[in-house]
Design a protein around this ligand. Structure first.
Ligand code: PPS
Length: 285
């Protein structure tokens, strides 16, 4: 039900893991450092994938940390009540995740040189992923039909609000902050090339073997079996990966298996309207 959500400044958050206080703290008080590295995503866009990639890059390809520490502790979210202090207390260079839309993001970012990696995914695949995730996640409505989720998604009545607002917001500041724009689809098509782009953006030089190891350990197959990033260790009450695995299918274009022609039509119309002033062409446009 909608009571599972907490509303803060026009954006919906899964209640329980988020509190007004932590959201206000993140926005107003969290001090961004110039050497911070943020991975920002709308949910279901490749958050965990990017966390794993960054974590492996940070350890020069050594998979040991990835195999022993949960991914959400390695690269914690700044806005999650229980993880905020972990995000903050890291020694520099801090690696921090966030799902926040730009208007709720720590304000001090906009006067800093911190690096931001913003990963975007085809919203149709996000919708499908979110649908299955609603079976996994105890805090979401279990909707039987993807058809029922589509209008809610298009209206932004889903966790972290409207995809359109999120993407328009972050694209809107991409020249004001030190931002690397990546897509899930690029990671999917060319993981190695994407890892090299990320290293280049971060100013991190890895040797050939280290790059190989990052790529090898960040594949869908490897991550799916890694209990430190497949969410199988979280209590069933929050995440029941028996109902639907967190790393579910891991492809681009799965929407084609789930969208009816009517759904495609209503999606396309909404997308065209919402994105008409966005001066950027995505791989799926
Ligand atoms: S969350 O809840 O916002 O943190 O979810 P998020 O991690 O952003 O998205 C989950 C989807 O990302 C897929 N995923 C991957 N795909 C390909 N390769 C790798 N390594 C990978 N890791 C995660 C995951 O399978 C979810 O997508 P779907 O389409 O449901 O499979």
């Amino acid at each position: 039900s909608s009571s599972n959500f907490l509303e803060y400044r026009g954006c919906l958050f899964p209640a329980g893991h988020y509190e007004i206080d932590s959201l206000e703290y993140a926005r107003n008080e969290f001090q961004v450092r110039k050497d911070d590295i943020f991975s920002i995503t709308y949910p279901k866009s490749g958050t965990t994938w990017m966390q794993e990639i960054l974590s492996l890059i940070r350890s020069d390809g050594d998979p040991n940390v990835s195999r022993t520490v949960p991914v959400w502790e390695r690269i914690p979210w700044v806005e999650v009540t229980s993880l905020r202090k972990k995000a903050e207390a890291q020694p520099s260079t801090r690696f921090i995740s966030s799902h926040l839309p730009v208007h709720l993001f720590p304000k001090s970012l906009f006067t800093s040189e911190a690096k931001v990696i913003y990963t975007v995914r085809d919203p149709r695949d996000i919708l499908v992923s979110l649908h299955f995730f609603s079976r996994t996640a105890g805090f979401l409505d279990e909707l039987d039909k993807i058809e029922d989720l589509l209008p809610k998604f298009l209206r932004g009545e889903v966790l972290f609000g409207s995809w359109f607002d999120h993407v328009r917001g972050w694209l809107g500041v991409r020249n004001q902050v030190n931002l690397l724009l990546l897509t899930y689809e690029e990671l999917f098509q060319d993981l190695r090339g994407s890892v090299l782009r990320i290293c280049n953006f971060l100013g991190k030089e890895l040797n050939e073997a280290a790059v190989d190891s990052v790529v090898e350990n960040a594949t869908f197959e490897k991550m799916k079996d890694n209990t430190m990033c497949n969410y199988s260790t979280v209590s069933k009450k929050h995440f029941d990966v028996q109902k639907s695995p967190f790393l579910r299918k891991g492809i681009s274009g799965d929407w084609k298996n789930h969208f009816t022609p009517a759904m495609s039509e209503s999606f396309d119309a909404a997308y065209k309207e919402a994105m008409k002033d966005v001066n950027f062409k995505f791989i799926w446009d």
